[in-house]
Design a protein around this ligand. Structure first.
Ligand SMILES: [Zn+2]
Length: 335
């Protein structure tokens, strides 16, 4: 069943399906929750269920009828999806939607407007949307999707029924990666652990950081004590040009340090608790050469550069400082 494919959001899905079955769907919903946890998928599935021509049971959809097929091929005349053009959702986009809402649903069923990243509505667009929410058109349901509800006008927030979506557990994300992205078990679990509760983030990470790159970066970390200052400066210069790359690198190193601490506490028996558990021998080698105090120092340094990078500091300089510090901390060994 299509609703079964929405993993980890049983409560939100149950509320919505009940409303659909009882004919009590609200005109406007606000789906709140972290990015990449299934909010848009839920809105799309609900729209399919509203219009399905041969639902297998009340409040579900078949995926086979003309209506379901049109939704799946982004071709349904009564499904309007707005998302930011550039940084914001603009008033012209809302006006375009408003125009379409003047007519009855074209396919004769119900209509849905999905505003993805609704927190990106600019002021003019917010006010125009407010007008629509004040007089909701017949047979139409609005779904505002956001991970940052505090950025929306209070008057918009108060006109929507809120449905909360939860962050996903690493196990749930791994399940999604295995089914939807056909990732092998080991890789799925690795990216899932890195993704901070968001399946969307895990998919993006698996695209950006392939397994070889991860190995290169982790080995670079381990070999920092032997690197010359020139080699470090060269690497930092290259890295500083890539914003996402720096972010991914720091996340990977932080998790490596975290794994080193876990390994030092639990030894070989730590396998289950490790994120990089496929690299057990490398972890063992690194862990033997560095003390808890030094690891704590390195973890703190990485966290502080992550914070300062969000304030537009000189990326190259910050990376150089960090790497030289790690070099120093690691060279001091077990003392
Ligand atoms: Zn159907």
């Amino acid at each position: 069943m299509p609703f079964d494919r929405i993993i980890g959001q049983e409560k939100a899905v149950a509320v919505l399906r009940n409303a659909l079955r009882n004919g009590r769907l609200a005109h406007a919903y606000l789906f709140i929750g972290p990015e990449g946890v299934g909010k848009r998928l839920t809105a799309l599935t609900l729209f399919k269920a509203m219009n399905c021509q041969s639902p297998p049971e009340p409040g579900d959809c078949c995926e086979k009828c003309p209506s379901c097929i049109k939704v799946n091929s982004s071709n349904h005349a009564d499904l309007i999806i707005l998302e930011p053009e550039g940084e914001t959702i603009k008033i012209d986009q809302i006006r375009g939607m408003q125009k379409r809402l003047r007519f009855r649903p074209m396919e004769g069923g119900r209509r849905a407007c999905i505003l993805d990243s609704a927190d990106c509505l600019n002021d003019a667009a917010s006010n125009a949307l407010l007008k629509i929410l004040e007089e909701p058109p017949q047979e139409t349901h609005l779904f505002l999707i956001t991970s940052r509800p505090h950025k929306l006008l209070p008057t918009i927030l108060s006109r929507c029924q809120w449905v909360k979506f939860r962050p996903l557990s690493p196990g749930q994300i791994a399940q999604i990666l295995q089914t939807d992205q056909s990732l092998e078990d080991e890789k799925a679990h690795f990216y899932a652990s890195l993704a901070g509760g968001s399946a969307g983030q895990a998919v993006a990470l698996s695209d950006r950081v392939d397994f070889q790159k991860r190995l290169d970066w982790l080995r670079f970390f381990s070999s920092l004590p032997q690197k010359s200052a020139e080699e470090i400066f060269e690497t930092c210069e290259r890295l500083a040009k890539e914003e996402e790359e720096v972010g991914d690198l720091l996340d990977l190193w932080k998790i490596w340090v975290r794994d080193l601490v876990v390994f030092k506490v639990q030894g070989e028996g730590a396998k289950e608790g490790l994120i990089n558990h496929d690299l057990l021998p490398d972890l063992g080698k690194d862990a033997a050469n560095i003390s808890f105090d030094r690891l704590e120092g390195i973890f703190g340094s990485i966290s502080s550069i992550q914070r300062s990078l969000s304030f537009n500091v000189n990326k190259q300089l910050a990376l150089e400082t960090l790497m030289l510090e790690i070099k120093k901390e690691s060279s001091m060994g077990r003392r």
